[in-house]
Design a protein around this ligand. Structure first.
Ligand code: FRU
Length: 491
């Protein structure tokens, strides 16, 4: 408990030092320091609980704790005390990612205990799976018998070092844990463990594995059934896409297929990335009390998180806007949770405009939702420019001949630049975009959620303009914009 008290005290004493520049309004962040992956996402005792990888002491990764926040609607969050701190020999160097399960009104967290075993930090470490529980959903007790899945249960075909991020589920009468792993040759894979009582576990099988091109380590697995399919999610590390410089190093993907719990195998028939932007990693899902499957991810990316660090902001990291997942013919669709709509204010509306060059909208902003439907008509290229000032802009464009959507942040302000391209077919001859802008983030939902592009940008405060543009003539059938006002609503 001492480490938790210490962390909470430190946060209390230091949170005023967080710089407001780039802080988000309707996305969850840490109060001070560093956050990465979402953890233990669950609806428990009347509220959504979202835990997260947290170094409360500095805006850099290290000795991660589990931060904890709650929300009634997935938009306005309230911070609770730190839930887990690295304070036992089996987790002394970090409480790594994991998941939550409600077992007879007790909230269980299964996480990875991380320990350095020697001086070489890239090689000398150990990862085991541990459990903690809480009666009130706030104060957690670690089990005396931790780790519940130790090194002795790692099969010979798996790395005995990289073994982390358990997704704990109940299936029928049994408990299962999907665990991120790599094989001895450096291919990402997911291992499956089974238990009758959460305490005694045995190894079942390699559930799924990279085919040689899908990354050398699979982190943060997730599993769910939706419609008539099963879905397995993994965050792949160092995926070989065959392209240069136009993709992330680490890509979360989903597999559509069929899970066999008897043998512990997942037969995949399809896979696709979960996001097509720059900043989306380690997604985790929950089935809520309304029957919705909701996903949230870290809205940053390893290797490119440095912007608020180097700018001395005393904080790093945020979560995406939670997304509701639905499925059509085995493909996933993503929609921002509906709850965000109740924070809309100041509606701005245009319709049936013929656009043949650039048009500046008579509205501006840095925290809003924009919904637009383009009829491409005679245009070769058209799109939107957001966060525009004399020197900055973030550009979303659609190239008709190539049928690709391009997100460009070369002139977005501070921070990393670059472009992401993704093929998009028009939907009923239209391109429909729904964009969520929040200070230093953009989340773009394309054609009713067929694809999403998520990116962090760091524009100057003057960059609030919004423009439409076209090469050739296109029709803006409708455009709606609302400011999103969440402050003051914290539960
Ligand atoms: C993914 C990850 C997990 C690990 C955690 C450590 O971003 O590397 O595999 O549990 O972060 O903070």
């Amino acid at each position: 408990m001492e480490k938790i008290v210490q962390a909470n005290q430190f946060i209390k004493d230091n949170k005023e030092k967080v710089k407001p520049k780039y802080r988000l309004n309707y996305h969850l962040m840490g109060e001070y320091g560093w956050i990465n992956d979402p953890n233990g996402f669950i609806h428990f005792d009347g509220a959504y609980h979202l835990f997260y990888q947290y170094n409360p002491y500095e805006p850099v990764w290290g000795r991660v704790h589990w931060g904890h926040a709650v929300s009634k609607d997935l938009v306005a969050w309230r911070q609770l005390p730190v839930a887990l701190a690295p304070d036992y020999p089996y987790d002394q160097d970090g409480c790594f990612s994991g998941s939550a399960l409600d077992v007879k009104n007790r909230l269980y967290l299964m996480y990875t205990g991380f320990v350095y075993t020697g001086p070489n930090k890239t090689k000398d470490y150990r990862q085991t799976q541990c459990l903690a529980y809480s009666e009130d959903g706030i104060v957690f007790e670690k089990l005396k018998i931790n780790p519940v899945i130790g090194e002795d249960l790692i099969p010979a075909e798996a790395s005995n070092r990289d073994f982390r991020d358990p997704k704990l589920i109940r299936w029928g009468e049994d408990y299962y844990a999907f665990i991120g792993s790599k094989d001895r040759l450096g291919q990402g894979q997911v291992l499956l463990y089974k238990s009758k009582d959460l305490l005694n576990w045995h190894y079942l099988n390699v559930v799924a594995k990279s085919n040689g091109r899908l990354g050398n380590m699979w982190e943060c697995p997730d599993f769910f059934c939706l419609g008539s399919h099963d879905f397995l999610l993994v965050s792949t590390q160092f995926m070989q896409t065959g392209e240069k410089d136009d993709h992330n190093l680490h890509i979360p993907i989903y597999f559509t297929g069929q899970m066999g719990f008897e043998q512990g195998t997942f037969k995949a028939v399809h896979f696709a990335p979960l996001d097509y932007g720059f900043d989306f990693y380690a997604p985790q899902t929950v089935l809520d009390h309304k029957g919705r499957r909701i996903m949230v991810a870290w809205m940053n990316m390893w290797e490119t998180v440095e912007t608020t660090q180097t700018l001395g902001q005393n904080w790093v990291g945020a979560m995406t806007l939670p997304r509701e997942i639905t499925t059509i013919r085995g493909r996933l669709l993503f929609k921002p949770v509906r709850d965000i709509e109740k924070y809309r204010q100041n509606r701005f509306y245009l319709h049936n405009i013929i656009l043949s060059s650039e048009q500046v909208l008579a509205t501006t902003g840095d925290c809003y939702e924009l919904k637009v439907s383009f009829d491409p008509w005679k245009a070769e290229e058209f799109g939107l420019k957001l966060r525009v000032s004399a020197t900055e802009e973030t550009v979303i464009s659609y190239k008709r001949d190539q049928q690709v959507l391009i997100f460009n942040r070369d002139r977005s302000g501070a921070g990393p630049q670059g472009e992401r391209k993704t093929p998009i077919r028009l939907l009923d001859d239209k391109l429909k975009l729904r964009v969520f802008v929040d200070q230093s983030s953009v989340e773009l939902f394309i054609n009713e959620g067929e694809k999403v592009v998520t990116a962090r940008i760091y524009p100057g405060q003057a960059a609030k303009g919004i423009k439409l543009f076209a090469l050739g003539e296109c029709i803006v059938e409708s455009l709606e914009k609302w400011d999103l006002v969440v402050s003051g609503h914290n539960m």
